[in-house]
Ligand binder design. Structure first.
Ligand SMILES: NC(=O)C1=CN([C@@H]2O[C@H](COP(=O)(O)OP(=O)(O)OC[C@H]3O[C@@H](n4cnc5c(N)ncnc54)[C@H](OP(=O)(O)O)[C@@H]3O)[C@@H](O)[C@H]2O)C=CC1
Ligand SMILES: O=C(O)CCC(=O)C(=O)O
Length: 419
């Protein structure tokens, strides 16, 4: 961050405030298992900065979740919301759990217990959770219901990414993938390239990766490789994500696709691949849509992609970024590339507060307009100053945050402003 602060001549007060999270909430969630035993899961909600508005960010269920990880993710949420000019600060939540080992009832009890633990620190004007890794609309539905039961009233604006029947927004489900494709399209156009000429490999086939793959395929990109946590598949001829998604939903893993007898899958041309090998394929675009630290200083010198799109948060480490910069491999950074999700979450929150709901076209139009404006501003700044796209995106986000801090005056923060 030091270079960003130098660029913007950020005052010491703001540097101190942005140097650590404003609030870290921790809880131990006791959950009754189906067999009668009790398990306790560590959980966090970290609210990094609320200068520009209520804090916003997803909740992650993963066995590797730690307080440090949630805090880092909450910092990136703060930068992301500011970089695309949403009236939100940044937060993130997490539970250290492998949700794949839980039954549906156990998962529901765990999700509800998260809300009971953090009920007092979230709310539509305080902190608004949403889905992230291994959480989805169904889980958000349980959570918003738990919050309503505690409050004894409907409060749909407390959580976004909900099912439509509980106040969710049309378009939120695919928003992260759709936004990432829009940003990639804009970048491709600036390079005077055509989607049909580009070979794309995608790491991660969950909410963000699946929708990106489907929409990119429809837009003419040639998807040659896909991976999930169990392995990868590759086809020189190109993969059609639709039947692959059906297979994944049926079997929960991609790699068996090679041997499946789905008539749309040409097994002869689809080969298995290791997840690590996917990262080193000779492709035009490598899309990272799984977890952090996938490209580091240990493997960045073996990347052969022409460009990288970060749909995941932090998939390229600082060391990896340095190597890619030296090798002139552009990285379209997470806080712009994956901002479609939180942009439509904002639209959902606005609809909840108005009590009126919009068509898919209206949501899509607003998403496109905001991303076009903010991604273009980032691309222009990078070009004008000859700086990496990530530096430009950070300048865009941090600039707005420190301006707002300056406008607050000097005393509010220290007096426990906003709680
Ligand atoms: N959902 C959203 O709206 C947003 C998500 N993001 C970010 O996008 C990323 C993905 O999130 P999301 O799609 O929601 O999460 P999901 O849980 O829906 O999907 C994650 C995907 O990553 C796969 N995966 C996990 N580990 C690996 C690995 N080592 N190699 C390859 N694939 C792996 C999972 O495999 P498997 O299917 O086998 O479990 C799964 O397919 C995260 O970084 C998240 O923070 C960012 C903005 C918004
Ligand atoms: O939709 C949201 O509020 C946040 C999604 C998220 O967690 C993210 O953008 O990383």
């Amino acid at each position: 961050m030091a270079d960003i602060y130098e660029w913007l001549e950020v005052a010491d007060d703001s540097r101190h405030r942005l140097g650590q999270p404003k609030r870290i909430h921790q809880a131990s969630l006791s959950v009754r298992m189906d067999d009668g035993s009790l398990r306790v899961f560590p959980a966090w909600r970290v609210q990094y900065d609320d200068t520009r508005g209520p804090t916003k960010g997803g909740i992650r269920f993963h066995p590797d979740v730690t307080e440090d990880e949630v805090a880092t993710l909450s910092f990136w949420m703060t930068l992301k919301c500011a970089a695309v000019d949403l009236p939100f600060g940044g937060a993130k939540g997490g539970i250290c759990v492998d949700p794949k080992t839980l039954s549906r009832m156990e998962l529901e009890r765990l999700s509800r217990s998260y809300i009971r633990a953090f009920h007092d620190v979230i709310g539509p004007e305080r902190d608004i959770p949403a889905p992230d890794v291994n959480t989805n609309a169904i889980i958000m539905g349980w959570m918003v219901d738990e919050y309503a039961q505690i409050e004894r009233r409907h409060v749909p604006g407390v959580i976004t990414g909900k099912p439509l029947g509980l106040g969710g927004s049309i378009g939120r489900e695919q928003a992260t993938g759709a936004g990432a494709l829009q940003v990639l399209d804009m970048w491709v156009k600036r390079q005077h390239q055509e989607p049909g000429d580009l070979r794309v490999a995608i790491q991660g086939f969950g909410n963000a990766g699946q929708h990106f793959a489907r929409l990119a395929h429809d837009a003419g990109y040639n998807i040659v490789a896909l991976s999930d946590s169990q392995g990868a598949i590759y086809s020189e001829e190109g993969l059609d994500p639709a039947p692959i998604l059906r297979h994944k939903n049926r079997t929960r893993e991609l790699k068996g696709m090679v041997y499946c007898d789905d008539s749309v899958c040409d097994a002869a041309q689809t080969q298995p691949l290791s997840g690590d090998d996917l990262l080193e394929l000779d492709v035009d675009v490598l899309v990272l849509a799984a977890l952090e630290n996938q490209i580091t200083d240990a493997n960045a010198d073996r990347v052969r992609a022409g460009a990288i799109v970060e749909i995941a948060n932090g998939p390229v480490s600082t060391g990896g970024d340095r190597v890619l910069q030296d090798r002139n491999i552009p990285v379209i950074p997470d806080i712009i590339a994956n901002a479609g999700g939180v942009i439509v979450s904002h639209l959902e929150w606005v609809q909840n507060r108005m009590g009126d709901y919009w068509s898919g076209e209206a949501v899509e139009k607003q998403l496109r307009r905001r991303l076009e404006r903010e991604a273009n501003a980032c691309f222009n700044l990078a070009e004008e100053k000859a700086i990496p796209l990530r530096t430009a995106a950070y300048i865009q986000g941090v600039g707005r945050i420190v301006d707002a801090m300056a406008q607050q005056g000097t005393q509010g923060y220290f007096n426990g402003h906003h709680g």
